[in-house]
Design a protein around this ligand. Structure first.
Ligand SMILES: *Cc1c(COP(=O)(O)O)cnc(C)c1O
Length: 410
């Protein structure tokens, strides 16, 4: 987003005009930012056989998936439905990885029958997979290296109490099952959480995974998951992917030499590719002054953007209706009957009712976590591509809410 002639625009598309055309709240995504982020990753890991598997759960719209595919990015899915959406978006099964957690074997079997790469994250399912396919179908194993990543327990998945992955301490058991059923393990995986602060922690996890890799002679790739930290506000530490690329290149290169073969290097970023690309445009319904605080109440809330309440995430905001206004400090809150604070101490150009507030960094885990709580309708989504706005999801209607409900006779 930039300011041109006192108007906020994306690729020349005026954001206030968008809200007039599509209403509010509306999610707006900038395809150029997604392309830039993909380019950064490719650049940072240049010279390695890098495969990017976009974590579809971050933003699952089929048009976004299609865009990803056009950028040469594969996809990582976590449910049967995400897998079906990826297929609907034109992905070939060979470009899809299925990384479920605690699903039943039927779902895993269904994915495997689609010829999709499956990642297993518990021993009972590894056994089921072995019984069903033996050496016929390869699979990838997700390890938990037990490193603490990031500060927020909910987004940290590598600690000892985490439900994710198979503990590195259970390696002997894994090897026993692999041997018993003659399972072909073609990939190893870690994903230690969505908030890895620095290269050092990342490399620690990578080192642990590579340390066990020699036990698996049929590997084709190592999947280092994601956890790239995105800067949500000025001064936030973000993962320096160029530094990571440089250091991992050495570690991975040494490993491949020792292993005796070049393996593919996989990543499955979500946030890194789409967070900055997205914003949620909301209308200021009311400016409410109390003895302690000035609230801006907007036509959205935890039903459309849950991250501030679930993860204490910070989202920069801009009053795009008042580019030259004097700034004031506000609490920006939602219209849901819960405490759904979108931001405390938010400095905004003076807000009057009817202004449009842009909530930034809302591309990842924004719409995809949205709900119908309070029977509110979910917003529209617009993608700005090559200087043109495309509606990629219409706003919900009351009929959408009623369509799954069954009214009884009384
Ligand atoms: C959610 C998830 C990701 C993406 O995490 P980001 O922090 O959004 O990059 C990657 N891999 C797996 C298995 C996930 O569950």
């Amino acid at each position: 987003m930039e300011i041109v002639d006192q108007r906020y625009v994306i690729q020349g598309v005026d954001l206030l005009d968008l809200t007039k055309e599509y209403g509010t709240p509306v999610y707006v995504y900038d395809a150029a930012v997604i392309a830039r982020q993909v380019g950064l990753m490719k650049e940072a890991f240049k010279g390695q056989s890098l495969r990017i598997k976009y974590a579809a759960k971050a933003l699952t719209n089929v048009s976004i998936l299609k865009l990803m595919r056009s950028l040469g990015v594969g996809v990582d899915v976590v449910s049967k439905q995400e897998l079906q959406l990826a297929l609907a978006a034109g992905y070939q099964p060979s470009e899809i990885q299925f990384t479920p957690n605690c699903v039943d074997f039927q779902e895993i079997r269904w994915a495997a029958e689609q010829q999709v790469q499956v990642t297993l994250d518990n021993i009972p399912m590894l056994e089921e997979f072995g019984k069903a396919y033996g050496a016929d179908k390869p699979c990838c194993i997700r390890f938990n290296p037990h490193i603490m990543a990031g500060g927020h327990l909910k987004i940290s998945t590598g600690h000892i109490d985490s439900k994710f992955g198979i503990s590195i301490l259970q390696l002997p058991e894994i090897l026993e099952v692999v041997k018993r059923y003659n399972i072909t393990v073609n990939g190893l995986h870690i994903h230690t959480g969505s908030d890895i602060l620095d290269t050092e922690v990342f490399l620690k996890g990578a080192g642990i995974l590579l340390g066990v890799a020699k036990n698996f002679p049929s590997l084709e790739y190592i999947d280092f998951g994601s956890g790239f930290k995105v800067s949500y506000q000025e001064g936030d530490p973000a993962t320096d992917i160029f530094d990571l690329g440089k250091q991992l290149k050495v570690v991975f290169g040494d490993f491949c030499k020792e292993y005796g073969r070049e393996l593919e290097l996989w990543f499955e970023p979500g946030k890194f590719l789409v967070s900055e690309a997205g914003m949620l445009l909301v209308n200021a319904n009311v400016v409410k002054t109390t003895p302690a605080t000035v609230f801006v109440g907007v036509d959205s809330g935890m039903n459309h953007l849950l991250r501030p309440m679930m993860y204490d995430s910070h989202h920069e905001m801009i009053n795009i209706s008042n580019p030259n206004g004097h700034t004031r400090v506000y609490a920006v809150v939602g219209y849901i009957c819960e405490t759904d604070t979108l931001g405390w101490n938010v400095t905004l150009a003076e807000v009057t009712a009817g202004n449009i507030i842009a909530i930034q960094n809302a591309g990842a885990y924004g719409f995809s976590m949205a709900s119908n709580y309070n029977s509110r309708l979910r917003p529209a989504e617009v993608l700005v591509l090559n200087g043109e706005a495309h509606l990629i999801r219409r706003r919900e209607k009351l009929d959408d809410l009623l369509s799954t409900q069954i009214e009884i006779e009384l």
